[in-house]
Design a protein around this ligand. Sequence first.
Ligand code: UGA
Length: 464
Amino acid sequence: MRVAVIGSGYVGLVAAACLAEIGHDVVCVDNDSARIARLQSGEVPIFEHHLPELIARHRGGRLRFQTELGPAVREAQAVFIAVGTPASEEGSADLSYVELVSRQLAEALEGYKVIVEKSTVPVYTSDWVRRTVARKAAADAQFDVVSNPEFLREGSAVTDFLYPDRIVVGADGPRAAEVMTELYAPLTSGEYGRRAGAVPRPAGAPDPSPLILTSAKSAEMIKHASNAFLAMKISFINMVARMCEAAGTDIEHVAAGIGTDRRIGRSFLRAGVGFGGSCFPKDLKAFRAVAEEMGLEFRLLDEVLRINEEQRQAFLRKVKGALWNLKGKRLAVLGLAFKAGTDDVRESPAIALVQSFLKEGAEVVAHDPAAIEAAKAEFAGLAPGARLSFVSSPYEAAEGADALVILTEWPEYARLDLDRIRKSLREPVLVDGRNLYRPEVVEGKGLTYVSVGRKSAKSPVATN
Ligand code: UGA
């Protein structure tokens, strides 16, 4: 099928590459000519596992990049809108890019098209897109607007696209539903996963992926509600972690005990420094704004955000508690990305915490396997005298530091040579914001270990 994807950001680029991978003829359009030139020359502007190989495989063949929207739309049967929906000042989603693209594509409509809303948008956006396109398009233009939200996680976006838990299609008529069903057939039949050279299926992914056909409004609601629910799980477990600390027990045991109930599930119950990223904080605020417009107060969402903010403050107190004063202390910080597997630092709890450490007068020596360049931009306006440097290994960071502080759950940070770390540190203190170690293991190496929601291994409560 011929497909146009408008927007070459995270969602657009992954969708374009994956749609080409499953067999479609895709044109990815962006008005940022420098970005398109980089993509045309084979450069991959985002850090995402499998994406470079897919772009290399299809670029110039089934996957093309261009700045002209009109010809791409005219050729396509399905036109994906995957442009940004940033938060406005009040927290609601700013839909001006979606509106602009809707107008532009309307002018190029010929024959029947399915317009697919892929960006994360509030319920009712599909109605607005439909009205905007109808107003601008030729009188005989035929089109349907479909909502097809993405559930991609940064770091595993390609496999999330190719082997999703579900594909949600909100189509209000049979013709559009048919086009979308055909578009995703290689995934919903399982045929793609059986092809030689297919990106391997991750363990536990459904085989094949189910397609949920619903209305456009339901699909829009599914996206926001899914992210809000996942964020709620994280804040819930973080609050329980604080109770575990007060009770002198272990959040890891409690989370496992809760999560083995299949009605609850184990995922998204990892206590830590709170959630960040370009999605959860923004989508929670946008979902709350949608409720407000409906005259409803969704205070649960406020509480999820409040607990998340408090979690960072609580972690800052923990670091201070381990070292008494931060002024003049040197902290070895491991992790700047908002989570492992990405170079993205947007709304990263690690960045916020490093800023707090610096404000308290600490010197920070930071490491991250992928996000140092992105992080540098975040620290551009530091107060004069702030001492921040970046190094290329965790051991270099630890050299002469008063404590090692883990802020991102990169797998390599869970496999550190703790003997070497202890010898490198000036003071043998490890403050772990992601619970990557068992307390008895770290303390067995002669380090003081402070983690989230857990007592020290030296306390009398038994651990396994
Ligand atoms: C999230 C959703 O998981 C995707 O399904 C969704 O498509 C995407 O937002 C989006 O709307 O575009 P993402 O932001 O990439 O994906 O990251 P997550 O893996 O969900 O993690 C979000 C944050 O929560 C990270 O800071 C992570 O460290 C934190 N987290 C996650 C926890 O603190 N504990 C957990 O148990 C899980």
